[in-house]
Design a protein around this ligand. Structure first.
Ligand code: PMP
Length: 444
């Protein structure tokens, strides 16, 4: 029996992932503090450490990670610049509950990189920041309805319940639906992604009641699908015409698909933006922001947004360290594009030689790879939900995990590449994936 230095808890060297997960499940409902982490995971993987682009499990096995904590780790795990900034701030001041110069520096850097975010408020998670942004949109416009797009994810609060949120009010209780307020559904309307005519029709009918149109400028929560050419510009024109706010949920795309996020990549200025993952480098932080005028109800304390930990010093210095690193290394995005292209190309070449139906989609360093049913691919500009073959994909995921390559077992969750992913490491991962695909085909 040895003792873990980190926790002071006894750890048996021979602990297996199964045993460790059993222990976790006894005290954490479902085995993880997010349903997303617990759903449909075929083979438990309990993490003991993470560095660069690899994770080490409790059994001491190293795996190449293609999920990277659902996206925040643009510079890989254990980035020294972020760690040093956190350590220095711990010594200086940590949790005061008062304004600080560290808040200002983080907000100024956001504004430099994303100029539409003239003023911001910080929050602890994407869900929180989105709920506050939607409340602000309702406060500013005096309207209630929110238009969303199919497959887009904006957190788990009631404010943003959508038709595809696990069904409410039906006799069959679907996963996650219990306890939600069904009436909240009356305040959202949903359109297919890239369907500009569908959006126009809705706005023609109920535009006078629409507070906001919210979207992921690159859909990245149901596979990956970028905006059709001109689509975002068109949405911008329509929302302006009907007096509704345009909200970009850049929780994933912010500081990832370009230094200035998707709004820089596609040259469209939203009214409100939510940023989170990459800017915190793994620390829990989010921000929402827009022009001074739009943020005025918050500045005047007319609309409510609060939180003991909102803008806490550690999150602020993590943001500062990550954004300063982005500003100092503009070639980061060329590198990410380069490795993204390489991975996509190698996968496409590899799957061309096997019988499996695979869908591969990518924008920059965000890539979706999933096994699909025969004709499950979306065709045309309007995005239809890809028909992923969940069981086959999970089986492939298990084979890869057993061979040291991790990606999320749910194909709707994309891969996130980082500057820590080198070409040789990625080639190793791709070889494992293609070999596993080949084996699957011969054993099927
Ligand atoms: N929006 C998008 C686009 C997301 O991808 C996520 C999380 N994956 C959220 C919102 C919710 O963020 P959080 O989990 O931090 O609440």
């Amino acid at each position: 029996m040895s003792t873990s230095i980190a926790e002071g808890l006894p750890v048996r060297a021979e602990t297996t992932n199964e045993e460790a997960l059993e222990r976790i499940r006894r005290v954490i409902a479902g085995g993880g503090s997010s349903n997303m982490r617990n759903l449909g995971v075929p083979r438990p993987l309990v993490v003991a450490g993470a560095r660069g682009c690899t994770i080490t499990d409790i059994e001491g096995r190293e795996l190449i990670d293609l999920n990277m904590g659902y996206g925040p780790m643009l510079f890989g795990y254990g980035d020294q610049d972020v760690l040093s900034a956190i350590a220095a701030q711990m010594r200086r001041a940590h949790m005061t509950g008062l304004p600080s110069d560290v808040d200002a520096r983080a907000a100024e850097l956001i504004q430099i990189l994303v100029p539409s975010m003239e003023q911001v408020r910080f929050a602890n998670s994407g869900t929180e920041a989105i709920a506050s942004a939607l409340r602000l949109a309702r406060a500013t416009t005096g309207r209630n309805l929110v238009v969303t797009f199919e497959g887009h994810y904006h957190g788990w609060s009631e404010t943003i319940l959508r038709k595809t949120t696990p069904s409410l009010g039906s006799s069959e209780v679907r996963s996650g639906a219990l306890g939600m307020i069904p009436e909240a559904l009356r305040h959202t309307v949903q359109v297919a992604w890239n369907d500009i005519d569908g959006l126009q029709q809705i706005l023609e009918h109920v535009g006078h009641s629409v507070a906001a149109v919210i979207l992921e400028p690159v859909l990245a929560n149901d596979g990956v699908c970028g905006p059709a050419p001109g689509f975002l510009q068109h949405v911008r024109e329509l929302t302006t015409r009907y007096g509704s706010l345009l909200i970009f949920d850049e929780v994933i795309t912010g500081f990832r698909v370009a230094a200035g996020g998707a709004q820089a990549r596609y040259a469209v200025r939203p009214d409100l933006t939510i940023v989170s993952k990459v800017m915190g480098g793994g620390f829990p932080v989010a921000a929402f922001g827009g022009s001074r005028e739009i943020m005025a109800p918050l500045a005047r304390n007319e609309a409510l947004h609060a939180g003991v930990y909102a803008g806490n010093h550690l999150a602020m210095v993590a943001v500062t360290a990550c954004l300063e690193k982005i500003l100092a290394n503009p070639s980061t995005y060329e590198y990410l594009e380069h490795i993204g292209q390489h991975v996509e190309q190698r996968l496409r070449e590899g799957v061309a030689h096997c019988s499996a139906q695979v869908s591969i989609d990518r924008v920059g360093s965000v890539l979706a790879f999933g096994l699909i049913d025969g004709d499950g691919r979306s065709s045309g500009v309007i995005r239809r939900r890809p028909r992923y073959s969940m069981d086959a994909h999970r089986e492939l995921q298990m084979r890869c995990q057993d061979r040291g390559v991790y990606f999320q077992p749910n194909p709707r969750e994309p891969w996130f590449l980082s500057t820590a992913h080198t070409r040789p490491i990625l080639d190793r991962a791709i070889n494992v994936i293609l070999e596993s695909l080949g084996e699957r085909a011969t054993s099927a």
